[in-house]
Design a protein around this ligand. Structure first.
Ligand SMILES: Nc1ncnc2c1ncn2[C@@H]1O[C@H](COP(=O)(O)OP(=O)(O)O)[C@@H](O)[C@H]1O
Ligand SMILES: [Mg+2]
Length: 415
């Protein structure tokens, strides 16, 4: 009996039908697979190349597959950093008529790295801290939208470079629930899961000798709790001041903007005799710099990268004597005169190493160091050449690290 394969997808790609759905995912032939670094998982997960993109395929039960698919769609609509769902396939059977589990298909997140790959190649002691910071930012963002994760962990998160920091993405929504808003108890519970999972994951790395001795696993685990609270309080805290101190309102908004948030609504109340004012931001949208850069240039990059590029744009505006000029105009010119030529200078075969915005960020750092050493400014073309020869060439490819396990990656790092 030919199986009644059912594909549910927002934009179904007919090429999906060519994949060997009648074979258990675990046994898929090597030639269909894309060898990319993968985190630890309960289910079988494989990457495949299809119609010029890479998909992640996860074999799970039918109802769970649909649930996770819907949740990921919701998260996408809410603009939360998470993997993008492609579809669900059910009704799989082997040629012998044996039923196979359903699959959830997501778009492979480009240039993303599972935390194990990061640890094995970047043993810098502060890597752990930066990963935790990124995860705290993601968790606050999820909680602000009413998403309870239920299984917060490093394994269920993907990391992308973000101008020297990391940006975290949710990859596993299986245990998630979307509510209108979360109670403090729900948030604290999620946070406790995060703490316990992170400590476990770090101990695991430690047991595999992948962690530097100076990393204190319990302290790093506790850090998620303190970073989360700091950020949550800054974003939602009620601030009280006298009616003569109204500048505090714009000050609060400015501070939130610096943190990368936009204030959608600010609740302001005065006490009965009108001597004090209390303000509390009601809706905070993350991605302040990301949105501004997107509006000005159409570039779609991470938050810190956007901040970095906007700074460079401001510098350009000052250096070219255009301080009074309107910013749309300057942005357009900066894009055409600075950003694009610089990114185009990367030889084609080196382009898989880093995303353009991350390349640009590293280049600016490199140029700054060169200028410091030389004691004078360095022209961009000279900085580009030096960066490509001395730094970029020696980096591993991050777009597609071909099937290397963590031990091999570590060996490369020590070469
Ligand atoms: N869309 C994706 N892009 C990149 N990596 C992915 C993607 N989907 C899954 N992965 C990788 O597969 C691993 C397991 O996926 P996950 O959804 O957590 O499975 P499980 O439910 O079995 O835990 C993740 O840690 C991640 O490394
Ligand atoms: Mg998982």
């Amino acid at each position: 009996m030919p199986s009644a394969l059912k594909i549910t997808a927002a934009a179904p790609d007919p090429a999906l039908l060519d994949l060997p759905w009648h074979i258990p995912l675990e046994d898929w032939p090597e030639k269909t697979l894309a060898a990319l670094p993968r985190g630890i998982s309960r289910h079988v997960v494989r990457f495949v190349r299809l119609s010029g993109r890479v998909l992640a395929v996860k074999e799970i039960g039918e109802s769970v597959a649909y649930r996770e698919y819907e949740l990921l769609r919701d998260l996408g609509r809410l603009d939360v950093p998470s993997v993008e769902p492609v579809g669900v396939i059910t009704g799989r059977t082997t040629p012998e008529g044996e039923e196979l589990n359903s699959v959830l298909i997501t778009q492979h997140l480009k240039f993303s790295l599972p935390y194990r790959a990061l640890f094995s190649r970047y043993l810098a002691p502060d890597t752990a801290t930066r990963l935790i910071d990124a995860l705290a930012v993601l968790l606050v963002r999820l909680h602000l939208t009413g998403f309870y994760w239920g299984d917060v962990s490093l394994s269920n998160t993907l990391f992308r470079r973000d101008a020297g920091e990391f940006a975290a993405y949710l990859v596993d929504a299986e245990t998630g629930e979307l509510h209108d808003s979360l109670t403090r108890g729900q948030r604290e519970y999620d946070l406790e899961i995060a703490r316990v999972n992170i400590i476990g994951e770090l101990m695991d790395l430690d047991a595999g000798d992948l962690l530097l001795d100076e990393v204190d696993t319990v302290a790093v685990g506790e850090m998620i709790v303190s970073r989360y609270h700091e950020l949550w309080d800054e974003l939602t805290r009620v601030e009280e001041f006298g009616t003569t101190e109204r500048w505090r309102v714009s000050d609060r908004i400015r501070r939130l903007n610096e943190l990368g948030y936009d204030v959608g609504e600010l609740q302001m109340t005065t006490d009965i005799d009108g001597t004090t004012v209390a303000i509390q931001p009601k809706v905070v949208d993350a991605g302040h710099h990301h949105r501004r850069l997107m509006r000005l240039t159409g570039l779609d990059v991470e938050e810190n990268q956007a901040r970095r590029l906007l700074n460079d744009m401001d510098t350009y505006q000052a250096a070219t004597d255009q301080l009074g000029e309107n910013e749309e105009f300057v942005a357009h010119e900066w894009l055409a005169e600075v950003f694009e030529p610089t990114v185009r200078a990367i030889p084609r075969h080196l382009r898989g190493k880093l995303e353009p915005a991350e390349f640009f960020h590293e280049l600016l750092e490199h140029r700054w160091f060169m200028a410091q050493n030389a004691g004078h400014d360095i022209p961009m073309p000279q900085a580009v050449d030096s960066y490509i020869d001395n730094v970029l060439r020696h980096r591993p490819d991050e777009e597609a690290i071909l099937g290397l396990d963590t031990a091999t990656l570590r060996a490369i790092e020590h070469d």
